[in-house]
Design a protein around this ligand. Structure first.
Ligand code: NDP
Length: 332
């Protein structure tokens, strides 16, 4: 029954994809590389399936990116976006295992609760304590985390993290993934700034994540790090090389303000934001006005998708196709 449902979703999606590409071919205004090769004419009757589980998950761009990357690579693979309620995650993972899915992505609220449902974790996933990407290897499901690596790869287009001093705003999943990978990339110092102080007054469910992340960096990754409680406008230490907003401030709101003393930004400092929509957040606009170098969240999204693509398929994704797909999806 479930398999029938999956096949019905695939067929519907496939028809939509074919119609979209036919429209794109007729429309000369569409950039040529945005219209990816259609899926192979001879289609495998048992296509490989990769799926995203989240709740809620509507509006997540990953399927749009991945289907284009699969088509460009000539892979007759399907990517499904599936809404899975928290209490049904174990059933959904059993289903993915039973139906032979090649792998998947996990987004909120499943990144941590999936851990005991997997057979093995990579070092990154174990240190970060969260999984956003898994693959099937034989009958074993292996969890990984590509968010932080995606961010660091994007950051490298502006600066080498080795030997640099970082301030990371936030201590949630994105901040944790980024901070761990910065430490692995030999950052000199990381300050974690979060509004929750560990007393459990604000974040009842995860009261200690700011101090706990700083402790992880010191204890497990051997890097000088400390936690600072975020109260009022944060004053950046003068020696900061890179500021990263890894909070959700700015998501869906181009005027949302990150509490920061703007006069502590210095020209040439790198200011990065994880927010993808809108990508030019107020923080990045204000940082650019102070002559900082800025980095939006799209590079992180594209790179983490490319890393996941390689994990599942063993092949490199066309990152131009991925980037154009994000821009199309966000109407940029
Ligand atoms: P979490 O819910 O795990 O963490 C959110 C963080 O933001 C927490 O540290 C939280 O603080 C902080 N925060 C939220 N609102 C405020 C506020 N008003 N003032 C101060 N701090 C605040 O979310 P994630 O870490 O998973 O995601 C964070 C953002 O990163 C999201 O917008 C997500 O879309 C984006 N993201 C982007 C990716 C990309 O590829 N570009 C990949 C992954 C995520 P507290 O602990 O006190 O609640």
């Amino acid at each position: 029954m479930q398999r029938d449902l999956v096949i019905a979703v695939i067929v519907t999606h496939r028809q939509a994809a074919v119609a979209t590409c036919a429209r794109a071919r007729q429309d000369e205004r569409v950039h040529t590389s945005a219209c990816v090769r259609p899926t192979p004419a001879v289609s495998n009757p048992l296509q490989e399936i990769v799926a995203l589980f989240g709740y809620p998950v509507a509006g997540n761009p990953t399927q749009y990116l991945m289907e284009k990357a699969f088509a460009r690579a000539g892979l007759d693979w399907r990517y499904l976006t599936l809404e899975v309620a928290p209490e049904l995650l174990a059933d959904a993972m059993r289903g993915a295992r039973a139906m032979g899915f090649r792998g998947g992505n996990l987004t909120m609220p499943h990144k941590v609760t999936v851990l005991p449902l997997l057979d093995e974790l990579t070092d990154s996933a174990r240190l970060i304590g969260a999984v956003n990407c898994w693959k099937r290897d034989g009958d074993r499901l292996i969890g990984d985390n590509t968010d932080g690596r995606g961010f660091v790869q994007s950051l490298r287009t502006l600066i080498d993290p080795a030997g640099k001093r970082f301030v990371v705003l936030g201590a949630g999943g994105a901040a944790r993934a980024i901070a761990v990978e910065l430490a692995l990339a030999k950052a000199t110092n990381i300050i974690i700034v979060n509004r929750a102080d560990g007393a459990g007054q604000r974040s009842q469910q995860v009261p200690d994540r700011g101090p706990e992340l700083a402790d992880l960096l010191v204890d497990k990754l051997n890097i000088p790090a400390r936690f600072v409680l975020w109260q009022g406008d944060f004053q950046l230490p003068a020696e900061t090389d890179v500021l990263i907003n890894a909070t959700s401030i700015g998501f869906g709101d181009r005027q949302a303000r990150v509490p920061l003393a703007l006069d502590t930004l210095r020209p040439n400092m790198v200011v990065a934001d994880v927010i993808i929509n809108p990508p030019r957040t107020r923080l990045l606009r204000e940082a650019a006005a102070q002559e900082c170098r800025t980095l939006d969240g799209i590079g992180m999204l594209v790179n983490q998708a490319a890393i996941a693509f390689r994990i599942w398929t063993g092949r490199d994704a066309d990152t131009t196709v991925l980037r154009e797909a994000v821009e199309e999806y966000l109407n940029l």
